[in-house]
Design a protein around this ligand. Structure first.
Ligand code: ATP
Length: 265
């Protein structure tokens, strides 16, 4: 469960007071240094994009935060009451979901299996269906409740995974190239949704992506990672950094002209 005083727990508007701190993260795999001295502060209501060349350690950082691989350093979450916990609730959307597209598994089955111990082969209880519907509504996908997973488009499946990652609303949401392979419009819909959710639920979001143009439009902060944090700041600051220009070339900023406050809903 989310911390009781976390502003997200009650789904209130953004408080700007919660913060995830990654202190001195280091990862060594097979005697190779993959990450060292990684220090980041991720603020609630902000989308922080991690960019970097192939093999820079971006996915490794997310796996270390998830606790999937051994690491040094600490992960702390400060809630709205300034209370610190070393175990923030983390939601995660992977790049792909491995499943048999021919299997008769519905979106409801996936939710049931992931969020309760009720056997999938038994019919779903009404309360479970309602919870699933509420979760899907957050990502405007309640119509997908009884659809077969294998029949979903790439963008629809990622929205379902996003809904799952938001059940319950986490302290920190990790997105690892969540829309690679999805068409341009699908990517934009996904990022617009994530943008809106960050304010609505005051989410701290870390997004790994290779799509620098989209990052420039949606990220509040960008971190250029290459084994360690090379530079971080606003998109304008990072894209003007000499090392970033050397790696990626000059990236044009194209700000969004939309209101992400969620007030218009
Ligand atoms: N289990 C492992 N054992 C040893 N080395 C590993 C292991 N897993 C990953 N690595 C290495 O760690 C480095 C970082 O990998 P990682 O997948 O985190 O990079 P990335 O920045 O996400 O790359 P990409 O942008 O290509 O997805 C790579 O050099 C990779 O070969």
């Amino acid at each position: 469960m989310a911390a009781p005083n976390s502003c997200k727990a009650t789904e209130n508007p953004a408080c700007g007071l919660c913060c995830t701190k990654i202190n001195n993260f280091a990862v060594n795999l097979a005697d190779t240094v993959i990450l060292q001295d990684v220090n980041l502060h991720i603020h609630c209501g902000e989308l922080t994009a991690i960019i970097g060349p192939n093999g820079a350690g971006k996915s490794t950082l997310l796996k270390a935060i998830l606790g999937e691989i051994p690491h040094q350093g600490e992960l702390r979450f400060l809630d709205a009451a300034n209370r610190s916990t070393s175990a923030p609730l983390v939601g995660y959307v992977p790049q792909h979901l491995d499943f048999d597209p021919g299997a008769p598994i519905s979106v409801m089955d996936l939710f049931g299996a992931s969020t309760s111990r009720w056997p999938v082969c038994w019919s779903h209880r009404q309360a479970q269906r309602l919870n699933c519907q509420t979760a899907l509504k957050r990502v405007q996908a309640s119509h997908l409740l009884d659809r077969r997973l294998g029949k979903l488009s790439g963008g629809e499946l990622q929205r379902v995974l996003l809904a799952l990652a938001l059940t319950p609303i986490p302290d920190l949401l990790l997105l690892d190239e969540p829309v690679s392979g999805v068409d341009q419009r699908g990517m934009e819909i996904f990022y617009e949704m994530v943008s809106d959710l960050r304010h609505r639920y005051d989410l701290s979001i870390i997004l790994v992506s290779h799509d620098l143009n989209l990052m420039a439009r949606y990220a509040d902060r960008i971190v250029y990672l290459n084994k360690t944090v090379i530079c971080s700041g606003t998109p304008a600051e990072v894209f003007n950094n000499d090392q970033v220009i050397k790696e990626f070339g000059k990236i044009e900023l194209c700000p969004l002209d939309v209101d992400h406050s969620g007030k218009g809903d």
